[in-house]
Design a protein around this ligand. Structure first.
Ligand code: FAD
Length: 512
């Protein structure tokens, strides 16, 4: 075991870049094998996109499935995962997808052993069985509990330390050059290996332009610190990105609350989450919903069914700009701030107050209706007796807004926006607006090309010794469609990468 250092270098067996789901899983797997592990996290807190996520994890043969008498297997999961990829299935990475599906059961049980609590499984076609498990009370539970586990194992977690460059010696990756909180450079030397787990590149203009398009490059990411540092560092050492053009977005999501409520900052302690789970199974939904919804910390996406039923979209100037029924998210991305309001009247409001018309899917409660927003998101819920009052509540110019709705109701052709056609007019008070919703890139799917051991390979297909990648960095061309596969991959691949980096440290120490 290595444990040495001076003012400018610190040595370890394994160095992990990134403290999201994949990095924490990698660090814990290496530390469980007795290795000295340093984890570098550039932000003040652990979590990354893992903590932004809805928190769904798709898995088979879990205690939850078994408890409900659901018979399932990894092979069926793999087949269904490929069905999600549809016509892009030829671009998917079947061998890595097999690694994922064969390991979800063990990964899920490991999460349970860490103290994580889930509800579900929920159905999600074309999965032939319910496989989606949702974490309680929200996805911040992952970094909280995995971070605690890592610290317990002795992982040296360094917050506010940014990894900048990989250090190499005779073709082998031997460490990471990083910037300390006070701005000084520091080298973290890894005897066994470096695991890159720095998240996706949804917030990197440069990488989005390189792999996707200039149009996408201009759209903000949900997670502004997902700048693809791990990918960039590996590219500098000859690695390659697979399926870099494949991403989720632009998609409109309601902007997150400006300040999290006190309840959202509560640590996910076991008694609290177990009580929530018990309530989920035993209390009537009407009593439980407001409580579960109040824990929501992620940005939810409005259902496009709202537009099919007659809701319209207006920008921050109160002007319509798109055919709401035909992927309006891209058009919204080009408006001021990339933002828009969803506007409708009583008729639509009544329909979206109960199943089957929901405003958005929501973790824990499954589906959120208009009343859920009224109770838990007053910052983005606006209601008024007249359009003029509604404009004031939305803080958009009143005249422009009233004209927009009048033109729409009259079936006028307006530049950039579709005619109303057979859709109902926005005419019956009270009037409602939800928003703003902002067009975001949710995540990018391009990952480094890796082996099944999560070793990073170069353009010629040769392993770059000492370099591993996990989670989004090690996605290796998998599309991971459907819900709950990205988090699943972060944990599964992190565990594998951490284990192999640890084993490689042992080999190095035996040789040394
Ligand atoms: C809004 C939203 C909802 C989602 N919902 C789901 C869901 O319900 N289910 C699902 O399966 N997937 C979901 N996803 C996707 C999923 O969250 C991610 O794919 C997954 O969390 C990636 O894990 P990761 O560990 O690879 O990256 P991250 O969790 O992003 O962790 C990367 C970490 O590395 C750190 N880092 C980056 N660069 C450096 C550097 N230079 N030095 C040091 N540290 C660095 C980052 O700060 C971050 O903490 C969602 C994503 C978003 C944005």
């Amino acid at each position: 075991m290595v444990q040495a250092g001076d003012a400018t270098r610190t040595a370890a067996d394994v160095v992990v870049v990134g403290g999201g789901g994949a990095g924490l899983a990698a660090a814990s797997a290496a530390a469980e094998l007795g290795r000295h592990v340093i984890l570098l996290e550039k932000n003040p807190d652990l979590g990354g996109s893992t903590a932004w996520s809805v928190g769904s994890v798709s898995a088979t043969c879990t205690p939850h499935q078994i408890g409900k008498g659901i018979k399932d297997c990894p092979e069926h999961h793999l087949e269904d995962l490929m069905r999600f990829s549809g016509e892009l299935v030829h671009r998917d990475n079947l061998s890595l997808a097999r690694v994922l599906t064969e390991n979800t059961s063990a990964m899920f049980r490991w999460l349970l052993a860490m103290g994580l609590v889930f509800v579900g499984p929920f159905p999600e076609p074309p999965h032939r069985q319910p496989r989606m498990h949702n974490v309680l009370p929200n996805s911040k539970a992952f970094p909280y509990l995995l971070g605690r586990h890592c610290r317990g194992l002795g992982v040296d977690i360094r917050l506010n330390v940014r990894a900048d460059q990989l250090i190499a010696d005779a073709g082998r990756i031997t460490g990471v050059a990083a910037t300390l909180p006070d701005g000084r450079r520091h080298d973290f030397i890894a005897q066994g290996g470096v695991v890159l787990a720095g998240g996706d590149f949804s917030a990197s203009r440069e990488l989005k332009a390189k792999y996707a398009s200039e149009e996408v490059a201009a759209v903000d990411a949900v997670n502004p610190t997902s700048t693809g540092d791990g990918i960039r560092m590996a590219l500098e050492r000859g690695a390659v990105v697979v399926n870099g053009d494949h991403l989720r977005g632009p998609i409109m999501r309601f902007v997150p609350p400006l300040r999290p409520k006190l309840i959202q900052r509560l640590p996910p302690l076991h008694p609290l989450t177990l009580a929530m789970r018990w309530s989920f199974d035993h209390l009537p939904a009407w009593l439980l919903r407001p409580f579960l919804m109040s824990f929501l910390t992620t940005a939810l996406a409005p259902s496009h069914d709202l537009f099919r039923h007659g809701a319209i979209l207006v920008d921050m100037d109160g002007v319509r700009f798109a055919d709401e029924r035909n992927r309006p998210d891209r058009a919204a991305a080009k408006r001021r701030g990339g933002m828009a309001f969803i506007v409708f009247d009583k008729l639509v409001a009544d329909q979206f107050s109960s199943w089957p018309n929901f405003i958005s899917t929501a973790p824990a409660v499954g589906y959120a209706y208009l009343d859920d927003y009224r109770r838990t998101r007053r910052d983005i819920f606006h209601r008024a007796g007249t359009l003029a009052e509604l404009a004031a509540r939305m803080d958009v110019p009143r005249d422009g807004f009233e004209k927009t709705v009048a033109d729409y109701n009259a079936g006028k052709e307006v530049h950039g926006a579709s005619v109303r056609g057979t859709r109902p007019a926005v005419a019956v008070p009270p009037f409602y607006a939800l928003g703003p919703a902002k067009a975001y890139i949710i995540f990018t799917n391009g990952g480094l090309k890796v082996t099944e051991r999560l070793e990073v390979v170069n353009a010629a297909g040769a392993v770059i010794p000492g370099l591993y990648a996990a989670g989004s960095n090690g996605q290796g061309g998998m599309l991971l469609e459907g819900h709950g596969h990205h988090l699943g991959w972060a944990f599964v691949s992190g565990r594998i990468a951490g284990r192999h980096a640890a084993l490689s440290a042992r080999k190095a120490s035996l040789i040394g």
